[in-house]
Design a protein around this ligand. Structure first.
Ligand SMILES: [Zn+2]
Length: 60
């Protein structure tokens, strides 16, 4: 499985690399170049089904 390159959303600077699936929760990282905050979430859903109740989803 190839490493995933995580780049800044504002200036595209390479922040770090990680294996796909390595991220198990939300992550925030501040770009050292442009100081923009990048918010990351796992790309694939958790194997453990922890589905938080969505109050907005009830109406759909
Ligand atoms: Zn940046």
């Amino acid at each position: 499985m190839p490493d995933q390159e995580i780049r800044c959303c504002a200036c595209a600077r390479l922040l770090f690399k990680m294996q796909a699936g390595a991220l198990s929760g939300a992550l925030s990282i501040k770009c050292p170049r442009c100081r923009a905050f990048n918010h990351l979430r796992p790309t694939s859903p958790n194997p453990e089904r922890k589905i938080a109740p969505d109050p907005l989803g009830a109406k759909s």
